[in-house]
Design a protein around this ligand. Structure first.
Ligand code: 5GP
Ligand code: MN
Length: 338
């Protein structure tokens, strides 16, 4: 972030403000971890701070410090609108286009509050007054750490902040194994542990809270796994009926797509999950190496993300979506064929 911008933000934050912090729709560990980390930091300066998520998120995130104060726009619209209308500053975290916050899009776009974006996704939009956008970053949580550092406040990082930021970095890096994990990421994580983040406990809270039905659903997903070896591609489908059979809850399919990518020789993996409520097929895409699933998702599935991890959607039915997916693979022959 530019030094001038940091100085302006510092001035802005030198008196108490009404602040709203917003993660993207269907928030993940990084979205909730980074927003709550920033929430605790701003609170310590006496600002009035409210985190407003567009909708609900998985239970495995519902233990984080002050998580219970997060408003959900989907079910708490009136209260949320009031906070947004009264805000002087709006931080938008872990997304870079207002279309990513669903029904909150219009009221946030129309707000006259100063907008600050902190995000690591590709091709940022230009709605913000201050942009801290860096696609080389492991996670938005890591960026919040650097943001606090740039404000000369490293010593203000409490155990609560460290815990929240640790969750964001751990979940977005696949527990520190994706290529976005740098030596700086490890230095940040080391500092967070020094400041009180209980790494092993956090890992347990996030990953070792499986229900029996989630493991059964994983079993079904793995038996639905299909491989297209000539394009080094693997994909999984889950229909709404299958989700119902295994008592699907938000977050249950988190990480399933990575199993496809773990197959020897596979560099492109997808999961297609039917949502009867939204009348769409939700798509998660992952890749290894140079092949950009961000570009593929933007071009064909109305989505985006990072080079190696992106999401999207399809309004076709499952069979048509899979047919479309298979039909576009030849467009990427150069990247996918050996
Ligand atoms: P996931 O597959 O885990 O939902 O998302 C993978 C990455 O792509 C995340 O960084 C997420 O924020 C981003 N992403 C997911 N869905 C969408 C989408 O519909 N549009 C855009 N632009 N990014 C998405
Ligand atoms: Mn992220």
């Amino acid at each position: 972030m530019k030094k001038d911008d940091i100085n302006s933000i510092k001035t802005l934050l030198s008196t108490p403000q009404a602040v709203v912090v917003i993660p993207h729709k269907n928030p993940d560990g990084d979205a909730i971890g980074s927003t709550l980390g920033l929430f605790h930091y701003l609170k310590s300066y006496g600002h009035q701070v409210t985190v407003i998520a567009p909708n609900d998120y998985p239970d495995f995130l519902k233990w984080m410090p002050e998580e219970s104060t997060i408003l959900k726009y989907e079910t708490q619209k009136e209260k949320s609108d009031q906070f947004i209308n009264e805000a002087n500053i709006i931080f938008t975290l872990d997304f870079n286009d207002l279309s990513r916050i669903g029904d909150m899009q219009d009221i946030v776009a129309e707000s006259t509050a100063t907008k600050v974006m902190i995000d690591h996704h590709q091709q940022p939009g230009d709605y913000a007054d201050y942009m801290y956008s860096d696609v080389s970053m492991s996670s938005t949580a890591e960026m919040v750490y650097h943001f606090i550092d740039m404000l000369d406040d490293n010593d203000k990082i409490t155990t609560e902040i460290a815990t929240c930021l640790y969750v964001g970095i751990m979940t977005d890096t696949g527990s520190f194994r994706f290529p976005s994990t740098t030596s700086t990421t490890h230095e940040v994580v080391s500092d967070l542990i020094s400041k009180g983040a209980k790494n092993s406990e956090i890992h347990n809270n996030i990953y070792d809270t499986n229900s029996y039905s989630r493991l059964q659903l994983l079993g079904r997903a793995l038996s639905n796994l299909k491989v297209i070896p000539e394009y080094r591609t693997a994909y999984i489908t889950l229909s709404q009926e299958e989700l119902n059979t295994f008592n699907f809850k938000k977050g249950d399919t988190e990480g399933f797509v990575n199993y496809g990518l773990s197959l020897e020789g596979i560099i492109f993996a997808a999961i297609f999950i039917e949502s009867q409520q939204e009348k769409i097929i939700k798509i998660s895409l992952r890749s290894k190496g140079e092949f950009s699933v961000n570009e593929l998702s933007r071009a064909h599935f109305n989505g985006g993300g990072h080079t190696n991890a992106a999401g999207g959607r399809s309004e076709l039915n499952m069979k048509q979506t899979i047919d479309k997916f298979i039909s576009i693979l030849p467009l990427y022959t150069e990247d996918l064929k050996q």
